[in-house]
Design a protein around this ligand. Structure first.
Ligand code: PLP
Length: 488
């Protein structure tokens, strides 16, 4: 493709994207195709000769769009939000244009330096404790996803725990260190509330350690408490195991529960070797609002914290912002420097090489889109955005309450997430008491992604909620759903 051909094609693509967004509200949110539909529309062999862009472009509408779930539609309310904005898209364009591997500062200094700056800005916007700022011992790094953030810090936690343990034992012989590390690894346990995201368990699998979950209850808002944490640690230690990582959550996936950070902080003082990570993947965005920043202050408890700007803060996937209290904990665990990665700037210790803060070596220029978003909206714009969604969520809840003949709120609404139970026509919904007793139908199996076919959030939700949701639930015989306000 020549420069001129790119100009023509890109101009056309930008037009198409803009038209896509303007026509989005009128598109059905969910695709109505069957699995394997695309095989039937595309040739079974790759093209022998190159094709003109125009031929490819027309195939987007013909072949791809029918299989798209329109997450950006104002009618889409399933799961959590997946932000996309024009500034975010512009950031992605520039990032693609400036493609480089960016593993070390020297690869492209602006890539590293902008990341440090925007993550320091974001930490200030979210009112995170100063210990997470890069000017101290901490700092932020952009990961691809919250799950990636979890596994990264879990490996750092594991290595820190082992190192401290062996130092205390006075083990210095390298062979002895290796042998004892392997033995200890088999006894390490990561743990979290049963409502923590599945990435915590997955992280433990990848880190090669055990995982235990602690049941939490509706009567306590599904929050994990310090008392439960202490009991679990004592139980594990009594069995000769070593708890090394505790996952706490600010906004669980099922109900947006917030763990009881205050009581957990009290217990944590007695166990300084256990790494505590706070997963605020979705709800972390609400920390832009002063009324939620009492939660930010409680983050002095944790060794690391992450939130996904790509969920609720106007930034395109992927932008998971991970903060650590001590960057050395990450680099101690993840830094390996063969000669081909050595350079005078790294040796000087004056620069950040983000390869040592993550699992992959190479990395994208993700801070550009965050920079664009923060500059276009400004802090006040971000606050307005979150406030608007919270207002819509309140409205949604009121409308749901007004149809108590059909809906029941399962848990008090949190942030912009509402969890409902439905009275299906043909089956009896479980009683809340049964759910607490460990109803055999756990939340995870009963979540139903819904798309509300409304034209206007503010006016038509009530009718459409009843119509669409009831129909869908009746079809699937499911009982619970979550609805998060993601557009409007
Ligand atoms: N943590 C929480 C609390 C979530 O709700 C989710 C996704 O919904 C995740 C982690 C996983 O996020 P990611 O897709 O960025 O790994």
């Amino acid at each position: 493709m020549t420069g001129q051909a790119f100009l023509d094609a890109a101009g056309s693509v930008v037009n198409d994207i803009e038209r896509y967004y303007t026509t989005l509200p009128s598109r059905p949110v969910l695709p109505s195709i069957s699995p394997g539909y695309l095989q039937k529309l595309l040739p079974s062999a790759p093209p022998t000769h190159g094709e003109p862009w125009a031929a490819i472009e027309s195939d987007i509408e013909r072949t791809i769009m029918p299989g798209i779930t329109h997450w950006q539609s104002p009618k889409y309310m399933a799961f959590f939000a997946a932000s996309s904005t024009y500034p975010g898209i512009l950031g992605e364009m520039w990032s693609a244009a400036l493609t480089s591997a960016n593993f070390n500062w020297i690869c492209s200094p602006a890539v590293t330096e902008l990341e440090t700056i925007v993550l320091d800005w974001l930490a200030q916007i979210l009112a995170l404790p100063h210990l997470f700022l890069s000017k101290g011992e901490g700092g932020g790094v952009i990961q691809g996803s919250a799950s990636e953030a979890v596994v990264t810090v879990m490996v750092a936690a594991r290595e820190r725990y082992i190192r401290r343990h062996l130092e205390r034992q006075g083990v210095t012989d390298p062979d002895e260190i290796e042998d004892q590390s392997c033995e200890l690894r088999g006894k390490l346990v990561a743990f979290a509330s049963a409502e923590a995201h599945s990435s915590t368990k997955k992280g433990a699998i990848i880190a090669g350690t055990r995982f235990r979950s602690i049941p939490v209850h509706r009567s306590n808002g599904y929050a994990l408490t310090g008392e439960q944490v202490r009991a679990k640690i004592e139980e594990l230690q009594a069995r000769g195991l070593h708890p090394y990582y505790l996952g706490v959550t600010l906004g669980t996936t099922n109900t947006c529960a917030i763990d009881d950070f205050e009581s957990i902080a009290e217990v944590a003082k007695d166990y300084p070797d256990i790494w505590i990570h706070c997963d605020a993947a979705y709800a972390g965005s609400a920390l832009v609002l002063p009324e939620y920043q009492y939660l930010s202050k409680q983050m002095t408890l944790v060794d690391s914290f992450n939130m996904n700007m790509h969920k609720w803060l106007l930034t395109n996937f992927d932008a998971s912002c991970l903060y650590v209290r001590k960057r050395k904990d990450l680099t101690n665990a993840l830094s390996i420097t063969p000669t081909y990665l050595k350079n005078q700037f790294t040796d000087s210790g004056l620069v950040t090489d983000y390869r040592d803060w993550q699992i992959p070596l190479g990395r994208r220029f993700r801070s550009l889109k965050i920079w664009f978003v923060l500059r276009i909206w400004g802090v006040e714009g971000l606050k307005q955005h979150i406030r608007h969604h919270l207002k819509l969520a309140d409205l949604f809840v009121e409308l749901v309450k007004s149809r108590s003949d059909i809906f029941r709120l399962l848990t008090p609404p949190k942030f912009a997430l509402t969890v409902l139970t439905i009275e299906p026509r043909n089956s009896k919904p479980p009683e809340l008491a049964e759910i607490d007793k460990g109803d055999p139908r756990p939340f995870q199996d009963q979540h139903v992604p819904i798309a509300l076919e409304t034209d206007d959030h503010e006016l038509q939700i009530a009718n459409d909620v009843t119509k669409e949701v009831y129909t869908k639930l009746d079809e699937t015989k499911e009982f619970f759903l979550t609805a998060s306000v993601v557009g409007g």
